[in-house]
Design a protein around this ligand. Structure first.
Ligand SMILES: [Zn+2]
Length: 388
């Protein structure tokens, strides 16, 4: 791969013919049309988020004469360059010069067009440090993989989109990374993350590939349709929303792909499911509401998923003390199960550390996690009662 350092290109040159696409939220062209700011493997413009602090910082840096870092272009042909790294910064510059946002100075908020002439010139005449690279597609991509865009590291899915760029990624991004997609709101009930940072696309790929995203993208790279990806994703969402008719906030971000694979062949009565969700949601002993859905799907047996509240130390110690005092009086073991047995432990007084708290009436049968429903058992007998 060949690289050439360019030091004479000014911000004015770069921003000549700058076009910002509001709908897609990206800067498109610069250098009088010769520069493609957002090739398909680049991510959307994100410097305008968080109240625009980042894009303002770019302009302030330029005004103060601070370097804004190296910029990398890929020379595609004689008259065509693509931004490899620097897209966010260039878009910030272009957006400012076309009055898309203002910065704060001693005279208040300033748009480019209303700025003092000397300041305008300072920006336009600032020279950027640009590396122009020329190489094979795989060289460029390998190298792109190793550079991080200033301050905002690429997410794994953004990286994969770069590595496997092609018709499939383009179509997949149109569907799953597009903030204008009307389905996003529905999906957001089940999928967490930020649309334009590829979190939804990542989830869709994760589900259809059962976790082997890299593989899947490589195999489908040249595909000119995303039917399988779309159908699978919609299948999972439709399944979840038909089994669980109420949307609870804890549903967001669960491993629905895995749950779909495990349970979609079983049949559920949505009304009964809904009643059970409500019952479990109103149970104060359940610490992990996120586990409620898998618990129900699996037939309401695996209480580990719910992380049922256990007895606190103070309760355990109090119960231990009264239980032990009574046992000593009677000459029995302080483990009620040992006391009714016939072996050597019949009279054994266990230490506090040798015992565990247990629900007299199991939680799953309505037993509360309160002192009244607590008894101390020796570890062996507690384990024998099993996880309830
Ligand atoms: Zn015992």
């Amino acid at each position: 791969m060949e690289t050439t350092l360019k030091i004479e290109v000014t911000i004015e040159d770069i921003c000549e013919g700058f076009v910002y696409n509001e709908l897609e939220g990206k800067g498109l062209f610069g250098l009088a049309g010769k520069l493609t700011i957002q090739p398909e493997y680049q991510r959307n413009y994100i410097y305008a988020s968080d109240g625009g602090k980042r894009e303002m910082a770019v302009i302030e840096s330029v005004l103060k004469g601070y370097p804004i870092g190296l910029i990398y272009f890929n020379r595609v042909s004689e008259n065509n360059l693509e931004v490899l790294d620097g897209q966010q910064r260039i878009t910030s510059l272009g957006r400012f010069i076309t009055d898309k946002f203002a910065i704060k100075d001693e005279n208040g908020m300033q748009y480019f067009s209303t700025m003092a002439k000397d300041k305008k010139n300072k920006i336009l005449e600032t020279k950027l440090l640009i590396y122009e690279c020329e190489g094979t597609e795989s060289q460029i991509k390998e190298w792109f993989k190793t550079i991080n865009i200033a301050g905002v590291p690429l997410k794994p899915q953004e990286l994969l989109n770069a590595i496997y760029s092609g018709p499939f990624v383009t179509l997949a991004k149109e569907e799953f990374s597009n903030t204008q997609n009307a389905n996003i709101q529905k999906w957001s009930a089940y999928v967490s993350g930020v649309v334009n940072r590829q979190d939804f696309l990542e989830r869709a790929l994760d589900w259809v590939s059962t976790g082997k995203i890299d593989n899947y993208m490589s195999r489908h790279r040249k595909d000119t349709n995303i039917k399988e990806l779309k159908n699978y994703f919609n299948g999972v969402i439709d399944w979840v929303s038909s089994v669980f008719i109420d949307v609870e906030s804890e549903m967001c971000g669960l491993e629905w792909g895995r749950l779909f694979e495990e349970y979609h062949k079983k049949s559920y009565d949505p009304k009964k499911v809904s009643a059970e969700v409500h019952k479990l949601y109103s149970d104060p002993y359940i610490k992990n509401r996120k586990g409620v859905f898998e618990f129900i799907l699996g037939g309401s047996v695996d209480t580990k998923l719910l992380d049922v509240r256990i007895f606190d130390d103070a309760t355990k110690k109090a119960i231990y003390t009264t239980q032990t005092a009574k046992a000593k009086k009677k000459g029995d073991s302080n483990c009620p199960h040992c006391a009714i047995g016939h072996d050597a432990n019949k009279n054994k007084i266990w230490g506090f550390g040798e015992m565990d708290a247990d629900h007299v009436t199991a939680w799953s049968k309505g037993g509360a996690t309160s002192a009244k429903n607590c008894e101390m058992l020796c570890k062996t007998h507690n384990r024998a009662k099993g996880n309830r």
